[in-house]
Design a protein around this ligand. Structure first.
Ligand code: GDP
Ligand code: MG
Length: 297
């Protein structure tokens, strides 16, 4: 049987459900999902393999206008993904959409037309629409845009329409040998997921600017044949004044973070761990190319 294999870039505004969709396709938690915008900073690959077809999904940070160097790095992941992609999976939040020209920035739309790749639109969050008839005008409007190949309503959260979406994507995947071992679901090493799990808990435990100015670096990851594995993580913040907030009165908040993260990491690794977390200040790291580079951006 001839094999098909290709890359699909998942593109869309912040919070439309890109990470939720990728996790539900791959059937594992690869990308962190939170109600806060811009949780996905780097490009995360999720590999879906059926008997004859392999689709490598690229989850990207939401489309936004760059405010600082970290945003620029995030945007470059979107560009890179678009270039490498065989197809573009454009996600739209039905709750936020009224017209294509007001929903998307004009420069983004012209980029999308110029790349001349199949564009599949998934209209997400159908579970929030009581009247499914409300979706029809959106579909007919998008149909008139001239550059969209397919439009499908889905609920990434409830996994509604996701199978149909996969079958539709498969039609546009070129023939070719698989890029990755069919057993793999991502190209990222374990320590990446560990740092993402910690970052997710930073997003849920702290408010305001803290999550956005935090990076997590895994400084040690020791697997042991027997007993607990050892993981040491650094929480990088931008200002000395944030240290107290992270640690909390009597160290309570940091202990809470460590406890919650440990439970999820053990679940992910299927192994007990000993987790050490340290807090480090790297003044204005989001604006400094040296730091961004050392954090892998
Ligand atoms: P991303 O920024 O595009 O990656 O969006 P996320 O996947 O992080 O999701 C943003 C928020 O939307 C989260 O609170 C998700 O639970 C929620 N969400 C994602 N997909 C759906 C959906 O199909 N239905 C509903 N009701 N919520 C969704
Ligand atoms: Mg995301």
């Amino acid at each position: 049987m001839t094999k098909k294999s290709g890359y699909a870039a998942i593109i869309g505004k912040p919070n439309v459900g890109k990470s939720t969709l990728m996790n539900s396709i791959v059937g594992a938690k690869l990308a962190i999902v939170t109600p806060k915008a811009q949780t996905t900073r780097k490009r995360v690959l999720g590999i879906y393999t059926s008997e004859n077809t392999q689709i490598v999904f690229m989850d990207t940070p939401g489309i936004l206008k760059p405010m600082h160097d970290l945003h620029k790095a995030m945007l470059s992941y979107i560009d890179k993904s678009l270039k490498e992609a065989d197809i573009v999976l454009l996600l739209i939040d039905l709750e936020k959409f009224n017209s294509i020209d007001t929903y998307f920035h004009s420069s983004f739309l012209s980029t999308l037309k110029k790349i001349r790749k199949p564009v599949i639109v998934a209209l997400n969050k159908t579970d929030l629409k009581n009247d499914k008839k409300d979706i029809l005008p959106v579909i007919s409007q998008l149909n008139n845009s001239g550059f969209i190949n397919e439009i499908l309503p889905i609920s990434a959260l409830k996994k509604d329409g996701v199978d149909t979406l996969l079958t539709t994507i498969e039609k546009y995947i070129p023939t070719g040998e698989f890029y990755y071992d069919p057993e793999l679901i991502s190209d990222q090493p374990q320590r990446f997921f560990v740092s993402e799990i910690i970052r997710e808990h930073v997003y849920t435990l702290y408010s305001e600017e803290i999550p956005y100015s935090t990076e997590v670096v895994i400084s040690e990851f020791k697997e042991r044949d027997s007993g607990k594995w050892y993981i040491s993580a650094e929480i990088i913040i931008e200002k000395q004044s944030q240290k107290g907030i992270i640690i909390g009165a009597g160290g309570k908040k940091l202990r809470q973070l460590g406890e919650r993260a440990r439970i999820d990491i053990e679940d992910h690794l299927q192994n007990e761990i000993y987790l050490d977390i340290f807090v480090k200040v790297r003044e204005k790291w989001r604006k400094k190319p040296v730091f961004l580079k050392s954090f892998g951006y």
